[in-house]
Design a protein around this ligand. Structure first.
Ligand SMILES: [Zn+2]
Length: 323
């Protein structure tokens, strides 16, 4: 048996991976100028060929729809992109004001000459009306429902993950951490600014590294997996945890493994990384960094507060495919 460990959810965002010098991606200042013209003055034709696509979120859940697929395959889901006119009608119907500052720029695409935005509508009373089939869906649900061999679907998952991370960052950075002043969005939502003249801090989204490690018993061809109390019955996963100030990623791997299982780790080998926008709320921009961690001791002592159980899982004929 071999295990494919090469798939990465939330990575490979097609809106972030296309760089060219032919006008795309549109810089935030130009995208914001076009948005201002389109929202404030509907008849103004700034960037007239551009189409606007907005992905609404409610409580961290993107708008999505699904359609039945052929045969026994699971349903295919689509992101619920709305046009500006759709969005304006929805806001008008709910008596709310659609503000340019509430939209966060994701990027543009030369393929469809479109600019992509996200908006948090958690505070609005939004009627989706005739948009049948559209609903707000947990990102983890979409992740599980995605065919990981479908590059387009994985790209859509990455776009939704990026948008969720940016919107949640806006929610947790409403006030300046230096002086307490209310922050204002800048550069089409790519950063924030403290307006206090004696502070003037520029605030950017920062990424929190989380280590995740497959702890391997080389001699006996086994790996260590664990179950957290709140996780689904029988769902065992790799150990993981946040890095702490003053430690390297490798040290975090060794510390987390020791704290949770009392297994001592020696060699730590980097595998790969992926964005992780579905971790604990309040920590919106996580980067999951994956390692192989080779055990030096094999005696497991579980911290019951953190882990319900840990087990050594035998990998029959057991090869973890490395890159
Ligand atoms: Zn400030």
């Amino acid at each position: 048996m071999s295990i494919n460990v090469h798939s990465h959810a939330f990575a490979g965002n097609p809106l972030l991976s296309k760089f060219s010098f032919s006008g795309h991606p549109l810089p935030p200042s130009a995208a914001l100028e076009a948005l201002n013209a389109r929202i404030g003055l509907p008849n103004t034709h700034s960037y007239p060929s551009l189409s606007f696509k907005v992905l609404p979120f409610r409580n961290g859940r993107p708008l999505a729809s699904s359609e039945a697929s052929s045969g026994d395959s699971p349903p295919i889901w689509h992101l619920g992109w709305l046009g500006l006119d759709d969005l304006r009608v929805i806001f008008d119907n709910s008596g709310a004001q659609l503000s340019v500052d509430s939209l966060v720029y994701l990027n543009s695409s030369a393929e469809d000459d479109a600019v992509y935005w996200a908006i948090d509508v958690s505070a609005e009373v939004i009627e989706l009306g005739s948009k049948t089939g559209l609903r707000f869906v947990e990102l983890r649900t979409l992740m599980v429902a995605t065919d990981w061999s479908d590059l387009q679907a994985m790209g859509n998952l990455a776009i939704a993950g990026h948008a969720k991370a940016l919107l949640e960052w806006h929610n947790v950075s409403r006030f300046c951490g230096h002086c307490g002043e209310k922050t204002v969005p800048m550069e089409a939502g790519r950063r924030k600014q403290c307006p206090n003249g004696s502070c003037k801090k520029r605030i950017y989204p920062r990424v929190d590294p989380v280590v995740i490690m497959l702890v391997i018993d080389r001699e006996n061809d086994r790996a260590l997996l664990a179950k957290r109390p709140m996780r689904l019955h029988r769902l065992y996963t790799c150990l993981s945890g946040f890095t702490e100030p003053g430690e390297s990623l490798e040290e975090a791997v060794r510390r987390e493994t020791w704290e949770e299982t009392r297994v001592e780790v020696g060699e730590v080998v980097y595998h790969s990384s992926q964005p992780w926008p579905v971790g604990p709320s309040g920590i919106p921009c996580q980067l999951m960094v994956g390692f192989f961690a080779y055990a030096k001791s094999l005696e497991i002592t579980v911290d019951k507060k953190e882990l319900e159980g840990a087990l050594t899982s035998l990998m029959l004929s057991g090869t973890v495919e490395k890159k």
